[in-house]
Write a protein that binds this ligand. Structure first.
Ligand SMILES: [Fe+2]
Length: 285
């Protein structure tokens, strides 16, 4: 990288937010040669099929099954023509390609001085690219990673909700999610809307999305490209394991307190759950 992904003002803003607060940052990756539609079409060809999700958009009603695009050609064509209605492409774990691994690792290395004193080692660095047609909506959900969403092309509005509000997102849903028993999508009620903070990002702007902060996304009225740079931390893993331990307590008839928000480190319950998990694996259960 010749210039940082996050200029000094972005790092200062990030330091004021991390790890719990959503907010807007700036970035300098707009126009990066790896993030043009042509480069992303080439990335889609290089990634394994299970790292690509896409909807080819408006298909004729009477299309023959063999004519539905399912090959790499289909996704390449979809990326190149993304300005048409109704298409979207998600390229997952872009770090499988060495050029994108370097882009991701260089960008996140710029934040390490802020991250590691607060939440421990940065782990499981993963990058995602979202290429969307005008106007699409991503429904209300949460993600398990620390995330910064960088807008590269077009604009979108993400509405974020408080992490600790158990009316929006119950303790049981947290627990079941960490045990693989609940999908990331959350049930929506119109009464939630007033609790959301809407943040709109254009090229050169980014959003810090805290771990598991519920959110939904409205794309703008032109094609959009966003890059998501994510990581896990010792703290996020401990919170996840404490949630799983609470599920065991709840099954045993207790009503456990939810893990403390940052700066609580939730080590006791996390270690207890890891011990149980180890015993279960020793016992073959
Ligand atoms: Fe998300």
């Amino acid at each position: 990288m010749t210039q940082p992904a996050f200029p000094p003002a972005a790092r200062t803003a990030f330091a004021a937010l991390y790890p719990n607060m959503p907010g807007k940052l700036s970035h300098a990756l707009t126009g990066h040669p790896l993030l043009t539609l042509d480069a992303l079409a080439a990335l889609a060809e290089a990634l394994p099929a299970d790292s690509i999700e896409y909807n080819p958009g408006d298909l004729p009603i009477g299309i023959a099954p063999e004519a539905v695009p399912q090959s790499e050609l289909g996704v390449v064509e979809t990326i190149r023509t993304i300005a048409r209605a109704g298409s979207w492409v998600a390229l997952k774990r872009i770090e499988q390609h060495p050029d994108y691994a370097a882009l991701l690792h260089d960008a996140l290395a710029e934040l390490r001085d802020v991250v590691e004193p607060r939440t421990g080692a940065m782990m499981q660095l993963e990058g995602f690219v979202f290429i969307t047609s005008p106007g699409g909506v991503t429904p209300f959900h949460f993600d398990p990673e620390h995330n910064i969403l960088l807008q590269i092309m077009g604009h979108k509005t993400m509405t974020l909700f408080p992490i600790e509000d158990e009316v929006l997102f119950s303790a049981e849903v947290h627990e079941k999610y960490h045990l693989g028993m609940h999908h990331r999508n959350l049930p929506w009620q119109d009464a939630f809307a007033a609790k959301g903070e809407a943040i709109t990002i254009h090229p050169g702007e980014a959003i810090h999305v805290p771990v598991k902060a519920p959110h939904w996304v409205q794309n703008g009225d032109e094609a959009s490209v966003s890059l998501s740079v994510t990581w896990r931390s010792q703290w996020s893993y401990a919170e996840a394991d404490a949630r799983a331990f609470n599920h065991l307590l709840r099954e045993a008839g207790f009503a456990p307190a939810s893990p403390g928000p940052f700066p609580a480190q939730n080590r006791a319950k996390a270690y207890a759950y890891r011990a149980v998990r180890k015993l279960k694996s020793v016992a073959g259960g």
